[in-house]
Design a protein around this ligand. Structure first.
Ligand code: NDP
Length: 241
């Protein structure tokens, strides 16, 4: 898949899956506008990949909209930024719930609104990939707010797919299983929990960021021109196990 001459907005580009997506897209000729939080990552993205990088806290709705507008124009959008907080359901706090929904659900909506508005105004086609999780399909203990936020994101993906496709903009979701990134270290560092999860993955391993990035790029590309509104697990068979 070639992305030569294409500009792609990637949120959460600083680490993990987002960073691998950036690396792969740059290798395939794309120019990147990265939206991410840490100043050090912004500098690294500029230095290493020649990205246009915008520092933003996606938990802040106004700052997110401002950053999304500053990122335009773009051909494609990948909403990859995400965050988690491990809390049992009975101890899930309103603060954590609101923060996860703000970053994992509301920010993708805001960025996609500005991206789609600009394409529609210019009568151009495009595609959006929202990085969700297998956690939107199943109940994972200690992940109540995370599961809810990703379930909400899936709802948004489906509505975007219906409302934006008539304008030539497709929207799809990608649902990774445990992927070896800083987030996975936070969520799966308990060896007992990790072993239980691994047992349910028929291919017998956790995902690497590149496993996810390849699928994201496929859904973004013209090769997937008839794929719209799907929730694609990238889970080594976890969902059928
Ligand atoms: P990482 O924690 O490794 O990286 C997340 C990236 O998103 C970082 O660059 C981070 O920046 C950025 N980010 C997080 N919060 C904000 C914020 N408030 N404002 C701006 N940027 C922010 O996560 P992964 O790469 O593992 O995850 C990427 C996506 O994949 C997420 O949506 C996640 O939910 C999903 N996913 C991950 C799985 C996994 O096992 N890793 C499994 C299933 C889904 P900073 O570090 O500066 O905050």
């Amino acid at each position: 898949m070639e992305f030569r001459g294409k500009t792609v907005i990637v949120t959460g580009a600083g680490k993990g899956i987002g960073r691998e997506i950036v690396r792969m897209l740059v290798e395939r000729g794309a120019q990147i506008v990265a939206l991410t939080r840490s100043g050090a990552d912004v500098e690294a993205l500029r230095g290493e990949f020649g990205c246009r990088a915008i520092q933003v806290d996606l938990a802040d709705a106004d700052a997110t909209r401002e950053a999304a507008i500053a990122a335009l124009p773009a051909d494609f959008l990948i909403n990859c930024a995400g965050t988690t907080e491990l809390q049992p359901f009975l101890e899930t706090t309103v603060e954590a719930f609101d923060r996860l929904v703000a970053v994992n659900t509301r920010a993708p909506m805001i960025v996609a609104q500005e991206y789609a508005r600009s394409l529609i105004k210019e009568d151009r086609k495009g595609a959006i990939v929202n990085v969700s999780s297998v956690a939107s399909f199943v109940g994972i203990p200690d992940h109540a707010a995370y599961c809810a936020s990703k379930g909400g994101l899936d709802g948004l993906t489906r509505v975007m797919a219906k409302e934006l496709a008539p304008h030539g903009i497709r929207a799809n979701g990608v649902h990774p299983t445990v992927t070896l990134t800083p987030m996975a270290v936070k969520a799966w560092s308990d060896p007992e929990k990790a072993a239980g999860m691994m047992k349910r993955i028929p291919v017998g391993r956790f995902a690497e960021p590149a496993d996810i990035a390849e699928v994201v790029l496929f859904l973004l590309s013209d090769e997937a021109a008839m794929v719209n509104g799907i929730s694609m697990p990238v889970d080594g068979g976890y969902m059928i196990a």
